[in-house]
Design a protein around this ligand. Structure first.
Ligand SMILES: NC(=O)c1ccc[n+]([C@@H]2O[C@H](COP(=O)([O-])OP(=O)(O)OC[C@H]3O[C@@H](n4cnc5c(N)ncnc54)[C@H](OP(=O)(O)O)[C@@H]3O)[C@@H](O)[C@H]2O)c1
Length: 286
């Protein structure tokens, strides 16, 4: 099997390249521009894969509020170009989406299933939801995989992630204020890559939720990062209103992965165990 991984130097892309081994052919941003159908066709036809995995995205949630055209170009129309390409050639397309397609239900306290009606509260979430719809409507052989709070080890320097940001901030502060009213599930890209590899062993196309198990808040996540890293720092809980970020985020966006488990038999480990494994692997705490 030949699998093209788009976004190969990003967090998830790098772990997919490691998990897929010889089956994977990576495409970096320098090698494919998903907003350009000509680039999509020439990069993918040169490889002639059986499967395409799209991890590329416009992920700057706050900046997207000021750049909706760019967010939609990359998160909605890019996936449409890929879906058309795959549909025309009978290829399987894996497209990665986000828990930020939810959020409008401010009273929610139970994990969202794939059957729940989405309702994003940001430009980023809306652009990702549009991308999901365009993929599902265009390419029958699709896996759309929603995930949450990713951290991993990108090949490129990248934009960082919450874990790296917390460890960097702790180097010159003895107190940090972190949001405690957004509930989610931090997810290791190494574990998400395994879930995607397992899904690809099946032909059960469709929409899936895939995260590590359990849930927490960003504040409790930060405390776990410092606890597991042996860093003594005071973490103060604050509200989203006090943090006042440009983009709204869901107060609760925990995803239910029951469908993934039923189809693949794979249950991703608790988020804290995955975090401990990530932190203990070489070079991560620097
Ligand atoms: N990060 C999270 O917390 C999170 C949470 C939920 C869902 N997700 C979703 O999970 C997926 C993977 O996220 P990630 O954190 O692994 O992303 P990432 O580390 O930012 O990697 C994305 C990669 O895609 C490339 N890329 C960006 N725009 C491109 C374009 N127009 N054409 C081709 N390549 C492009 C980037 O290259 P350059 O850097 O060179 O532009 C980067 O290497 C995304 O779909 C994201 O929406 C992420």
């Amino acid at each position: 099997m030949k699998i093209a991984v788009i976004g190969a130097h990003g967090q998830l892309g790098s772990d997919l390249m490691r998990s897929l081994g010889d089956d994977a052919i990576g495409l970096t941003h320098a090698q494919i521009e998903i907003t350009d159908p000509v680039s999509v066709a020439s990069a993918l036809d040169a490889i002639a894969p059986d499967t395409v995995i799209n991890t590329a995205a416009y992920n700057l949630v706050d900046k997207a509020e000021q750049e909706p055209d760019r967010a939609f170009a990359i998160n909605a129309f890019g996936p449409l170009h890929l879906a058309r390409h795959c549909a025309e050639r009978n290829l399987t397309l894996v497209h990665v989406s986000t828990d930020y397609v939810f959020g409008q239900d401010g009273a929610r306290t139970t994990p969202y299933t794939e059957a729940d009606f989405p309702g994003p509260v940001s430009v980023y979430g809306t652009s990702k939801l549009a991308g999901e719809h365009l993929v599902r409507a265009t390419c029958r052989q699709h896996f759309v995989v929603r995930t949450c709070g990713l951290y991993g080890r990108p090949t490129s320097v990248g934009k960082g992630n919450f874990v790296r940001t917390m460890l960097r901030l702790a180097q010159d502060r003895d107190e940090l204020a972190v949001i405690n009213d957004q509930h989610c599930t931090p997810t290791s890209t190494a574990d998400l890559a395994s879930a995607i590899v397992s899904l690809l062993q099946t032909d059960q196309y469709g929409l899936y939720h895939a995260t590590n198990s359990g849930s927490t808040t960003w504040c409790q996540f930060a405390r776990a990062i410092f606890d597991l890293s042996g860093i003594d720092i005071n973490v103060t809980p604050i509200t989203s209103a006090r943090f006042d970020a440009p983009a709204h985020r869901p107060a609760y966006s925990v995803l239910d992965s029951t469908r993934l488990i039923a189809i693949t038999g794979l249950s991703l480990r608790p988020w804290r165990d995955a975090l401990a494994a990530y932190l203990s692997s070489a070079g991560e705490s620097s």
